[in-house]
Design a protein around this ligand. Sequence first.
Ligand code: SAM
Length: 248
Amino acid sequence: MHRFFVPQIFGDVMTITGVDAKHISKVLRMTIGDELQIVSDDGVSALGKISYIDAVCVKVSDLQIIAESHEPKVKITLAQGLAKGEKMDFIIQKAVELGAVSIVPVTMEHSVVRLDGPKADKKVERWQKISESAAKQSKRDIIPQVQNVMSVKEMLAANDCATKIIAYECEDQTSLKAALKKASENEKINDLLLIIGPEGGISENELELARNAGAVPVSLGRRILRAETAGLVAMSAIFYESGDLGEY
Ligand code: SAM
């Protein structure tokens, strides 16, 4: 069942335009009476039937609200040290499929990649499109926001989540499991900032900045994971632990 985000407050008839209308009519070749899911600007998901269709406009009616949420209880913001090449595309796509609510691309000391000004804006625009496409495919109820490229300091200030975890490759005392247990006991687990370094790792200075902002350094085990693996492993473990991959 295809799902489309409609920039409109929920109402009796939802109108899809632009590239989505063209995709529905020309690529999916859907017709009147066909069913699809919509998500409105105010976050209502519903199943509806096409009541009008051409290449620029698709109207969806007979809307039945979808009660169950597709969103995880734990709201993870992934702060990802800028990784090389297409890796950020991959990380953003997988983070959205898994359930991240927001992603912050972070310029870190050991990042090979340097992005600023118009180049950074262009990249964020591209990554936001990747987020929207992954949100449609994975049937999210929201389109996770890709924030502007930030420094570590800016990222910490802009994402003051209740729980902050920094996956640190040199950490050998605290496991992710232990950090999550403590956060749950303090009932702070549902609003979580997860910081992952770039290929070059996290510098002492960055670790200090994160610690001073209340982040807990955790180990993800004795094997060194690639930058594009670590965040996904950590998010999967967090969602497993919280029951967001299914309680049954
Ligand atoms: N350059 C580092 C080194 O050789 O030790 C490796 C950095 S790793 C490729 C990229 C990021 O993934 C790290 O900065 C960290 O955030 C995370 N990471 C990878 N393996 C990890 C582990 N075993 N424990 C905690 N974090 C890990």
